[in-house]
Design a protein around this ligand. Structure first.
Ligand code: F0G
Length: 483
């Protein structure tokens, strides 16, 4: 955001947009929140949005569109093949990433599936990465690939003042390549704005070093750019060498390191869809047939052309510093206020959302009763705030059935871009603080239905004991007739 100093001296993030379309919200009484959570099997994915007050589940497909995006949707060119919309979007992406080929896909994970199926040509091939994302890992392991996470060790420390916790450990990458042999590495994957460790950025310097090393060995480099816009903000703000570069220049410089860039435009571009960009036509050619097979024809890839039109405008807006500053500034505000109240959060604040450290929040809970899942349920009961568990529940079991314990046990309270007002953020801070004061009341969860694949999406759990009722009782004592 533009620098605006308050006369009072207060540090308040200031929106550089105004709200012109609104959606009514419901805040149910606390007992109804307990019932809704029970019906949802203590899984926030299974709540009905009409029972949710602040939907902080994700920033995926929930970012607010601008007036210009909405207007562009009206001029979308509805045709199966060769639509003008496709060519407009392709031109935007060429300009942004300097890559010739663009394949539209219906969302980010479709790109992950295509990459995994094409590049993992035999079981056991390794994909080194800074850190996994759930769907990326699921697609890689589904075809027999092996994920190696090589984020620098400090990236996994919950509290830190390291500016780029998403950076790869370059020595570890070299050791990984030497150990397996370059021919057994399918590709290097670097995730911008590393999601599961708290939306933590990668520095331009590290992008260059990691990709430079991979290229020395002839290994393909792939960026997951779904959370690139937050990463761009952090590079501009935190990387001394980049402070005078424009967002476009930084974007191009990052893109120059990669052979392929894929993204979910449910995040990048304020729309709903996805894409894959390639520097080399021959590489693109190896994946081309999968687009019409699984997505849709090459000029729409399963997306509505209206969304594509909105995406083209949204991508352009993502190159504006004022636009990409909004979410990180709100997140920093939320983290700072929670920290003042003693609530353990991931630091430094990253992109995507404010991440609560569930292990420290609920130290009396063992990892096998899912502290982050329990905290997600408790936050909904406390305030109608829906977050997302990002911990052990989000892991997949090993083939022998053992349950890996997540390195981080987090509750993510996402701040979809341009959606919430500061007073709503302050409300969430208030309710989380109350919950922290009453944390001893929160108990664990156990499975009642555990799916084999991506269990966190639709598995059902139950509380161990009657803690949700006890929590509601305390809420009524403390808040009286307040919702
Ligand atoms: N990569 C990253 C870094 C993501 O955060 C996501 C989605 C994907 C890939 C997959 O994209 O949903 O369009 O298929 N993240 C969402 C989230 C689901 O809530 O963090 P998709």
């Amino acid at each position: 955001m533009s620098k605006v100093t308050f006369f009072s001296g207060e540090q308040t993030p200031l929106e550089m947009h105004k709200v012109r379309i609104v959606q009514k919200l419901n805040l149910r009484p606390v007992r109804e929140r307990v019932s809704a959570m029970t019906e949802a099997g203590f899984n926030t994915f299974l709540l009905r949005n009409e029972d949710v007050f602040l939907d902080m589940l994700t920033d995926s497909g929930t970012n607010a569109m601008s007036d210009k995006q909405q207007a562009a949707m009206m001029v979308a060119d509805d045709s199966y093949a060769g639509s003008a919309t496709f060519y407009r979007l392709e031109a935007r992406l060429r300009e942004m990433f300097g890559m010739d080929v663009y394949f539209p896909v219906h969302q980010g994970r479709a790109a992950e599936s295509i990459l995994a199926q094409t590049l993992i040509t035999r079981p056991g091939m390794v994909v080194p990465m800074n850190y996994h994302f759930t769907t990326a890992k699921a697609h890689i392991t589904r075809v027999g690939g092996v994920v190696e996470e090589l984020v620098r060790p400090e990236g996994l420390e919950v509290t830190s003042d390291l500016p780029f916790k998403g950076d790869m450990d370059i020595d570890a990458l070299r050791a990984c390549i030497e150990k397996h042999g370059a021919e057994n590495i399918a590709f290097l994957r670097i995730e911008a704005g590393t999601n599961l460790i708290g939306g933590q950025p990668v520095s331009l310097k590290n992008f260059k070093e990691a990709c430079g090393l991979a290229h020395e060995y002839g290994i393909l480099t792939v960026m997951d750019a779904s959370l690139l816009q937050d990463n761009l903000y952090f590079i501009k703000m935190r990387e001394e060498a980049c402070k005078d570069m424009s967002i476009r220049e930084i974007t191009l410089e990052i893109a120059n390191q990669f052979d392929c860039i894929y993204f979910s435009s449910r995040k990048l571009g304020f729309a709903r869809g996805g894409g894959m960009c390639f520097r080399d036509g021959a590489l693109a050619e190896t994946m081309k047939a999968q687009v019409p097979l699984f997505e849709g024809f090459l000029t729409y890839g399963g997306m509505s052309v209206r969304e594509m039109e909105a995406m083209a405008v949204g991508l352009d807006e993502s190159m504006a510093f004022d636009v990409i500053s909004q979410a990180p500034q709100f997140i920093a505000y939320m983290c700072a206020e929670l920290q003042k109240n003693g609530v353990p959060v991931v630091t430094p604040p990253g992109g995507l959302g404010c991440h609560l450290n569930a292990r420290e929040f609920l130290p009396h809970l063992d990892d096998h009763v899912y502290p982050a899942g329990a905290l997600a349920a408790a936050a909904f009961i406390a305030g109608g705030v829906r977050g997302m568990e990002r911990g052990t529940l989000s892991e997949q079991r090993e083939p022998d059935g053992t349950e890996p314990i997540a390195q981080m046990e987090l509750l993510r309270l996402a701040l979809p871009r341009r959606v919430f007002t500061l007073s709503q953020v302050r409300y969430a801070i208030d309710r989380v603080t109350w919950l922290y004061q009453n944390r001893h009341l929160v108990g664990g969860l156990r499975w009642i239905e555990e799916p084999e694949v991506l269990r966190f999406f639709f598995g059902r759990l139950a509380p161990i004991g009657d803690w949700p009722d006890k929590l509601a009782e305390q809420f009524e004592k403390d808040f009286g007739d307040s919702l």
